[in-house]
Design a protein around this ligand. Structure first.
Ligand code: NCD
Ligand code: ZN
Length: 344
């Protein structure tokens, strides 16, 4: 049994670092575990221009601990009217690593998202030409589609046609939650990959209703039935280079979660690697963790692998019930539980 696991320094290919006092409170957690992270642009207002991304990157750098060498990789928030020239210039300049497609209304701060993907075909064509990755929140938003079916329907109606229309486009299908998404990614060309969160490996939809309503288990895409969790978990540990680490850490203060209309999002940044390690260990796949956490992502994005290593030890980590924030608190994923691994 492996008790000490040293792997190349990992990256997080999907985080919400927020802004203002929340950014100050959470940035250090991601920077402690990861060398780089793809930073989501769903601020209010969203990050839609190169200038806004540059300014946000500076605010992130200012929020980091003094000795941190963390690199935020910025993304553009696609809207129906985004300026393709500015997007391409931002990419050429190295400000934008990728662009994110939120269907309007799909999740937190997605009101300015794309109302019909056809509205941005011109922009996507441009992205395909300059080889700029498109990151997708893959859920339809039609109210008549059951919330648990929105990812599967998105694949059929939007994603599959999109991959045929833009065959060379690099796409990351973000935070996949279904067996349908796993199958789609596996069966589609090498330019299609997916991120997988720790929570979608660990919880199924029952977690939201264990003995009462559990707002801290609510995120989008919402956790699905057990067979879907098992499919997602199997994909994560499979060793396939099409699947890589993206926590989707999405902090909201306790009061915004424990509310009559609670926000979607799970804050897993403090112990994300420990959570993943537990999943890989339970599956007898610790030897696949390095690929998932540190190699598949940079290879897909065409970025160098990190130098340096991190070490995980088989030793208990107690996840606190809450993490204090100026005048508020955030409840982390697996609050009050003991994880079997500790990051040195
Ligand atoms: C994210 C957030 O709060 O910004 N919420 C979530 O449940 N994951 C948005 C998102 O990634 O969907
Ligand atoms: Zn997200």
């Amino acid at each position: 049994m492996t008790d000490i696991l040293t792997i190349r320094r990992p990256d997080d290919w999907h985080v919400h670092l927020r802004d203002g006092s929340m950014l100050e409170a959470v940035a250090g957690y991601t920077a402690r575990q990861f060398a780089r992270a793809i930073v989501m642009p769903n601020l209010a207002p969203p990050v839609t221009t190169t200038a806004a991304a540059r300014a946000y990157r500076e605010r992130i750098m200012a929020a980091l601990p003094e000795d941190s060498d963390f690199t935020p990789l910025m993304t553009a928030y696609l809207t129906d009217t985004i300026d393709a020239d500015d997007l391409a210039a931002g990419h050429a300049e190295g400000v934008f690593t990728a662009a994110k497609l939120y269907p309007a209304g799909a999740t937190t701060n997605s009101d300015s998202g794309v109302t019909d993907v056809a509205n941005i075909y011109g922009v996507i064509e441009r992205m395909e030409a300059i080889d700029m990755p498109l990151l997708i929140h893959g859920e339809v938003t039609d109210s008549e589609i059951d919330i648990f079916d929105r990812e599967a329907v998105f694949i059929e109606r939007i994603l599959e046609p999109l991959t045929r229309k833009f065959p060379a486009l690099r796409i990351v299908f973000e935070h996949i939650t279904t067996a349908n998404a796993v199958a789609f990614v596996k069966d589609t060309g090498p330019n299609i990959a997916a991120t997988i969160t720790p929570h979608h490996c660990v919880i199924n939809r029952n977690a939201m209703f264990t003995g009462g309503i559990r707002p801290h288990a609510y995120c989008l895409p919402v956790a699905k039935r057990e067979p879907h969790r098992l499919a997602v978990r199997a994909a994560a540990v499979s060793g396939s280079s099409k699947f890589f680490l993206g926590t989707d850490t999405a902090p909201h203060v306790r009061g915004d979660k424990e509310s009559s209309c609670g926000c979607a999002g799970i804050f897993n940044a403090p112990f994300a690697l420990e959570s993943y390690a537990e999943v890989f260990a339970a599956e007898g796949a610790l030897d696949q963790l390095e690929g998932f956490a540190s190699e598949h992502g940079p290879r897909f994005y065409g970025l160098p692998l990190n130098e340096g290593t991190v070490t995980l030890r088989r030793a208990p980590t107690d996840v606190p019930d809450a993490i204090a924030l100026e005048g508020a608190e955030i409840v982390p994923f697996q609050a009050g539980e003991t994880l079997g691994w500790t990051l040195d």
